[in-house]
Design a protein. Structure first.
Length: 108
């Protein structure tokens, strides 16, 4: 029975979409606030996005960088052992996955 239902379940995987963004990061108690959606006016270490609309497709470049993203205008210093908290504005009500990676490696 499981093998018969697996293809049906997998057919819906491409329809799964999540949307949200990081609006604040706290490093060792120091708060870094991000820009509102569609704005890149404030100097911040958080990459801004142009929309809160969901992204679809596992190979979508914007999954790594954010929809219509703009480079951050500042950098945050983080050292091994530092305490890091993320404030994620989840607009889907679903599970959240955050990847921290060098934007230079992802083509952002």
């Amino acid at each position: 029975m499981l093998m018969k239902s697996l293809p049906t379940v997998l057919s819906f995987v491409s329809l799964v979409a999540a949307h949200g963004f990081i609006n604040e990061v706290v490093i060792n108690g120091e708060t870094i606030k991000g820009n509102p959606i569609g704005s890149n006016d404030q100097k911040t270490a958080i990459r801004s996005v142009s929309t809160q609309d969901p992204l679809k497709g596992a190979d979508n470049k914007e999954l790594s960088c954010g929809p219509g993203s703009q480079p951050a205008q500042d950098m945050a210093s983080i050292n091994p052992g530092d305490d890091i908290e993320f404030s994620w504005v989840d607009l889907s009500g679903g599970p959240v996955c955050i990847t921290i990676a060098s934007p230079h490696l992802r083509g952002c």
